[in-house]
Design a protein. Structure first.
Length: 94
């Protein structure tokens, strides 16, 4: 899939131990990367990813779920999202 020239970016939702390898492979294929946390397993692997990213001109981002992400809300996220709110804190802001 990362060889598909029609793609600008890839999302890497694989098991943690595979993140670094496939992030580097995607960068070498010329793709931007959105990767689940952790992007790498250790400092050496992080250095390898950084070395692959620097000359590529591509972006590597870690997917981070925050407290206002629908998947992290406490109850009925679909209903709240339909109303433009995802959690109780958002309800109070409108």
């Amino acid at each position: 899939m990362i060889a598909d020239s029609g793609l600008d970016a890839v999302y890497i939702p694989l098991p943690n131990g595979l993140h670094g390898h496939w992030t580097v492979a995607a960068l070498r294929a010329g793709r931007h990367v959105l990767c689940e946390n952790p992007v790498t397993a250790n400092a050496a692997e992080a250095q390898h990813v950084a070395e692959a990213a620097a000359p590529s001109g591509r972006v590597v981002r870690a997917e981070v779920h925050g407290r206002h992400t629908p998947t992290s809300c406490d109850e009925r996220p679909v209903r709240r999202m339909r109303r433009g709110r995802c959690c109780p804190e958002c309800e109070n802001q409108k």
